[in-house]
Each structure stands twice: as C-alpha cells, then as structure tokens.
Design a binder for this molecule. Structure first.
Ligand code: BEZ
Length: 235
C-alpha cells in the first residue's frame, strides 16, 4: 500500500458507510438490508489461520444468542469466496475445539479481495498489516448508525463476553435513557443523566427515592436484570 494512501476511518455516531458485497450467504447491501436490526460487522485477518478459526467457532456457537438480542452478524476478510467456503467447510467437518464441534457458520462472510470494504471501514491498518484486515468490530444500530467500534490486533482473539455485554449495554442505554458505569453487567446499577439544574441536583442529593448520589454529578439507580433482558430480548 502506498505510504500516503488515505484510508477512511468511520467514527461512532456516523452513518455506517454503504457497500454491496458478495458473501457466503449471497449478496448483501449494507446497511440497508439490516434496517430494523442491530448488526455487528467484523473483520478477521485471514481464512485458515488459528486465532480466526477459534473466533469463528465461538461466534457461530453464540450466533443464536446475538440473534435473540435482535442482532445479526456479518464477517469479512480480504480472502475470496472459494477460500471462505473451503475454510468454513473445514471448520464444520474437521475441527473440534473447546467442546465446539460440527460448527456451521450460518452468518454471511464477505469476500473483499479488492479491500474496498476493508479500506472504507478502516480495517486495514498498515502499522499492523498492509495485506490483512485487523480484528475490527462495528456495532451498527437499527437506523444504520455506528454506535461502537472495537479494534484488536492480529495476535489477539476477541473476548465474546465483552462483545455481547456491549450489545446489551447499548440497547439498555437506549431503552432506559441511562448510561452504564465501568464494568456494568445486566442487573448492576445504572447512571442517571446528570441533573440539568442546581435545584434538581440538590433535590436528588437529598431525596431517598431509589437513587444513590455520590455527588451532584454522579447518581445511580437500580435496574434489575429481568427488566433489562425482557426489553432487549423483547420477551
Ligand atoms: C490467526 O488468526 O491466527 C492470525 C491471523 C493473521 C496473523 C496472525 C494470526
């Protein structure tokens, strides 16, 4: 890649860049085809590599859990379609890993030999590799807006508890108009928006209503796990 080539980096809060692509599950038009659902668009460096294989087996095993939370998965690497198909077949037919076997990857895996999509999404990071995508994770909401971006280097497999936690946290923050503190998990207290005036802040500090205030700018309230999960899983 040329030293001075401009690579775009989409940002949180922006519309997800549009693209059409060929995948292992047919053609897709992103994000239009995913309107109304959350989508996780993620890249991996290369087919037939060990870290990526461990990740794909984990993602495929957890796919029903992500789908229940109204979220669809879409993978991408700069390999071609036939490589993708052969790799996914090998995973299904030959690999048993950490109790996962006979794993079928049912979500689409994009072929991006031209790197067009990878470049659009800032997945090619030349300091790491000119020829492979890093492990990027884009959370795109039902309106097509990027809500979270996480990058991992080639040598580190993703933490899937964290990927799921982020999905639930984003949806709960939207549904309940709150923010999530450090290490939040469903069932933990959530942060209520900072009071807009001194009067409200004082009231909150003095009130015994179901809020805990650590100072005028930092109040939390309870939000039980069932309430969160019922809303997110629409049960
Ligand atoms: C892997 O998935 O194992 C991997 C891929 C590219 C570079 C290094 C590791």
């Amino acid at each position: 890649m040329e030293e001075n080539q401009v690579l775009s980096m989409p940002r949180i809060g922006e519309k997800a860049p549009e693209f059409k692509a060929v995948t292992t599950q047919g053609d897709i038009n992103f994000p239009a085809d995913y309107k109304g659902s959350w989508a996780i668009l993620f890249s991996h460096p290369a087919d037939f590599t060990p870290v990526c294989t461990s990740e794909f087996m984990t993602f495929a095993s957890l796919e029903p859990k992500f789908n229940e939370a109204n979220c669809k998965l879409i993978g991408l690497s700069v390999d071609g379609l036939y490589s993708h198909i052969a790799w996914l077949r090998t995973i299904k037919e030959k690999i048993t890993y950490k109790g996962m076997k006979d794993v079928e990857v049912k979500f689409p895996l994009i072929e991006d030999i031209t790197m067009e999509v990878a470049k659009k999404y800032g997945m090619i990071q030349p300091g790491e590799s000119n020829t492979k995508a890093v492990r990027a994770v884009f959370y795109v909401d039902p309106k097509g807006i990027i809500r979270t971006i996480i990058y991992y280097p080639l040598s580190l497999g993703r933490n899937f508890d964290e990927l799921y936690r982020v999905l639930i946290a984003l949806q709960a923050a939207d549904e309940f108009g709150v923010a999530m503190p450090a290490d939040w998990r469903p069932g933990d207290d959530v942060i209520v928006p900072t009071a807009g005036s001194c009067g409200v802040a004082k009231e909150r500090m003095e009130s015994k209503a179901d809020m805990t205030c650590y100072d005028w700018f930092f109040c939390t309230k309870k939000l039980d796990k069932d309430t969160v999960m019922k809303k997110v899983l629409k049960k």
